[in-house]
Structure formats: structure tokens, C-alpha cells
Design a protein around this ligand. Structure first.
Ligand code: SF4
Length: 183
């Protein structure tokens, strides 16, 4: 009763022109709706980021600076840090990550709900920085996917804000799957 409607066919069983036109109209309508839906959901998501700060080292001072009133990340909808991964959708890895911390970082990432994004904050999180030794992770992208890299040791608050804006651009232009063609 709720299955897919059967196509209209002619006497030989081939789909008729009206059947093809109807399928084309349905597909075009679905494409139009999904495009508008992606724009709307992308716009809402890009201005409602909830960061989880995974802070391990000196970059923390820059994180505090960028979160304070002078730079005011509230202007970008990213001002409210959450300290539970289940309530956050932006993992900000701020500082050096050691090999021993790597499984903890992975667990935090896995506990975050989809959709989620990751920012490598500073060169230590991006590439291990100047710590060329066995104890440091040479970049968090060895264990989790990264959406935006912010260079600098430490990065200036303006660079972090630029990183947030680039991530917002990525979110706004992304696909936001909520329904599919057979919903
Ligand atoms: S990038 Fe520089 S400031 Fe940031 S954690 Fe590494 S050493 Fe410290």
C-alpha cells in the first residue's frame, strides 16, 4: 500500500512519455528541495557550532584570548564551549598531543555525534611542531580526520577566527543528508 507507485506503461509494457515526464518532474522537484534544504541546514549549522576544547599545552593561552570579549567568537556562533563530547560538534585540538594521549583523543572524537568537525589549532596539533621525538604525535590527522588546520606557534586569534570562517564556508557548501529520494 505504501510501496513505490508503478510506472505507467503502454500496451507493450514500455514506460509512456507521461510516465517519463512524471519521473523527471519528481526527480527535479526532489533535487530542488534537497538543494534548498542543504542551504537552510548548512546555514543553521554553520552559525551554531559548539566547540569541545581538547587543550593540552601552551596554545591554551591563545584559545582563551580568542574566546574572550576582545575577539568575541559569539559573532560567529561559536562561543559556547561544551565539556561533554556528546554536546559538541566542533573538536578543537589545542596544543601538543602525545602518543599516550592519542587514544583518549580518539575516544573523545568517537563520542561526538554526527555531524562533527575538527580543527587542528596550532602547529603542534597540525604536524607535531618542533617536537621531533618518539613521544609526540606528528599531527592529529594520524588518528582522526581534520577539517581545518590553523598554523602558528601559537596562532594569532585572527588566524583562529579565519579558520572558523573557513570551516563555516565548508559547512555551508556541504551536503546535509536528512532524507533520501525514497523517503
Ligand atoms: S604550537 Fe607552539 S604554542 Fe601551541 S602548543 Fe605547540 S609549542 Fe605551544
Amino acid at each position: 500500500m505504501y510501496g513505490k507507485p508503478l510506472p505507467i506503461v503502454d500496451a507493450l509494457g514500455a514506460p509512456t512519455a507521461s510516465s517519463n515526464a512524471s519521473a523527471h518532474t519528481k526527480s527535479a522537484s526532489f533535487e530542488y528541495l534537497t538543494t534548498r534544504k542543504d542551504e537552510l541546514v548548512g546555514w543553521a549549522r554553520k552559525f551554531s557550532l559548539f566547540p569541545y576544547p581538547f587543550v593540552t599545552a601552551c596554545c591554551a593561552m591563545e584559545f582563551m584570548a580568542v574566546s574572550a570579549s576582545a575577539y568575541d567568537t559569539d559573532r560567529f556562533g561559536a562561543a559556547l564551549p561544551r565539556f561533554s563530547p556528546r554536546q559538541a560538534d566542533l573538536l578543537m585540538v589545542v596544543g601538543t598531543v602525545t602518543q599516550k594521549q592519542a587514544p583518549i583523543l580518539l575516544k573523545v572524537y568517537e563520542q561526538m555525534c554526527e555531524p562533527k568537525w575538527v580543527m587542528a589549532f596550532g602547529v603542534c596539533a597540525t604536524s607535531g611542531g618542533f617536537y621531533q621525538n618518539y613521544a609526540s604525535l606528528p599531527g592529529i590527522d594520524r588518528i582522526i580526520p581534520v577539517d581545518v588546520y590553523v598554523p602558528g606557534c601559537p596562532p594569532r586569534p585572527e588566524m583562529v577566527i579565519d579558520g572558523i570562517m573557513q570551516l563555516q564556508e565548508k559547512i555551508a557548501n556541504g551536503k546535509h543528508l536528512i532524507v533520501n529520494e525514497s523517503f
